[in-house]
Design a protein around this ligand. Sequence first.
Ligand code: G3I
Length: 324
Amino acid sequence: MPNDTSASPLRDLADARGFYVGAAVSARPLREDAAYRDLLAREFNMLTCENALKFGPLRPTPDQFAFDNADAIVAFAEAQGMAVRGHTLVWHSQMPEWLEEGVLGYDSSIDLIRSHIQTVTKRYRGRIGVWDVVNEAFEDNGRWRDTFYLRKFGPDYIKMAFHWAHEGDPNAKLFYNDYNADGLNAKSKAIYRMVKRLLGEGVPIHGVGLQVHLLLGHVPSTRAIAANVKRFNRLGLEVHITEMDVRVKTPVSESDLREQAGVYGDIIRICLRAKNCPALVVWGVTDRYSWVPDVFAGYGAPLLFDEQGREKPAAAALRANLQP
Ligand code: G3I
């Protein structure tokens, strides 16, 4: 059969339909693990830096930028013809300690954050096409999250960050990104209201990232997720699935893996059927380096490939849905 695509790499199937299947990438395994590199290059046509572009890792001291890891990841993406999502410019976590615990006043903080955002976005102009400008600004109940940024500047920090990122790279697509906002709930409603307001005010925002960190057995209804994607699309915004994983209680059974595959299949179908949801990024390449077991004891195996890099039913589910 000349056109048998049943075993094609995900990226080939995705390329053929103008879709992106991405993975979050860590600098260390990228450097040290050849099997990780091979799998990444074979299966994915997009990547996100899992940690390397965050404020803290990038700025060990006020006068120093540590671009080595991010540069290495972006260079790998370019060599392999993969698109890059930049993650993330403004986030309450992984902040530099010297900034969070420092005593800078309003004006100096503004200067520092503006120049940080502009330096980073300018450096990767034309190479990082999409930025998660602001990450996780809301609590699950829809209130503003109490962060360094909110305390210092009030909610206006959000529009300031988008303007500064736009000045740094006028061609990059700029996203707001959050978790537990996949279906219809207080948080996704707060995000909807915010992005609508920002658009009305002429703020350069182009998309919303739904992280889709899920726990097997507690997945929001596909109908609610599809409706959520649709309402953002109706505002003219692009939606990306930015950090998908589906954690499972360990040890995992065959039936867990089948159920997990069903969830991956549901989510990619929502995107493929939506008006404008062209990317699904999973939060890691293999289960081996996933953040999940470090944070949720007794849970793991959330990704498409297992600890040995072998394909799981979840990868097959994406492949099946990407078939021409
Ligand atoms: O690199 C340092 C190392 O030098 C140090 O010795 C070691 C000791 O703790 O820590 C290492 O840093 C860790 C880093 O991951 C790299 O491995 C941090 O402690 C650890 O907190 C950090 O976790 C990351 C987490 O964000 C930070 O909150 C995870 O890898 C990363 O997957 C996770 O990603 C987030 C997204 O950015 C936003 N959405 C949720 C998602 C999952 O939490």
